[in-house]
Design a protein around this ligand. Sequence first.
Ligand code: UDP
Ligand code: MG
Length: 334
Amino acid sequence: MTDFHAEYAPAAPPAQLPRPPLRLSCVVPAYNEQANIEGFLRALAQTVQQLTPDYEIVVVNDGSRDNTHEMVMRLSSELPLRYLALSRNFGKEAALSAGIDHARGNAVLLIDADFQHPLEMLSEMHALWQAGYEMVYGVITDRGAESGAKRMGTNLFYHVMNSGNAVKLPPNAGDFRWMDRKVADALKALPEHNRFMKGLYAWVGFKTVALPFVPKDRVAGNSSFNLRRLGSLALLGLTSFTTLPLRIWSMVGGAISLMALAYGFWIAIETMFFGNPLRGWPTLAASIMLFSGVQLLSIGILGEYIGRIYEEVKRRPTYLIAHDEDRSPLRDKL
Ligand code: UDP
Ligand code: MG
């Protein structure tokens, strides 16, 4: 565990609480997971049964274009499923929001459908919840086969994200987490439509503890997050959770103005004492180019934020549900 996460975990576990008996909602987002979903849901059910007989699996089909739908429907008579099919691919953040919104348990588990999040960790997460923690999240300790570029991008993202921001994002903490009903309710109450979940988890707070883990290899299929999609997720995170990029340009502007002032002063002195043969064309050309670049870049950054504001003020829903099949045993227990 890195120091960063130690800082987030209270030194001693919170006092033992008399937790009510566990009623667990497992939220599983699935996008083109036909090769994994059946095996995964069975394995998940088997693991969770050892923790509690009172559980539901909320599968959110995020507009899959393969046979994920048929595979899940086939299981609906066997497993305690709540099956939500979104009307198109809204992205993992929206799929998780849909799952959390419909979960009915007193604890909610978020887990990927591709076996990358080890099921063996559930009992430990359960124990920590029982000990009084309100959120238990997995932290990836080994990014193994990831490319150097991806790793550098990730580091840069967390660096920018966490400088000068009141809410710190724990690096390498993903969506694999167990949360108490209180946390799920807090997340549901947040009004934004563009949901950068990693930021929201950190923003709501609560008694949180990190559990280090090494993600397994995807059993079948490929990750949906290529560099472009990761980049746009990073941009969503930055524009939703930090105004540092805006502030940087005020600072750059300030620094440049100071330099310009000093240079102007120097030109005045030079002219007075040494005369002024017309030189300095390269300086002029270079500075014009530099400053037009800086201006375009800062306008672009402003544009990103304004775009985000525009998305929010439209107040469109985060996701649309096309199909809702409710066989959850927790339905009658609310
Ligand atoms: N996923 C989703 N919607 C998407 C992309 C992914 O619901 O648009 C789901 C996917 O089915 C999986 C989880 O989110 O259960 C993680 O996706 P993936 O394995 O592609 O990402 P990675 O593990 O590389 O972060
Ligand atoms: Mg995966």
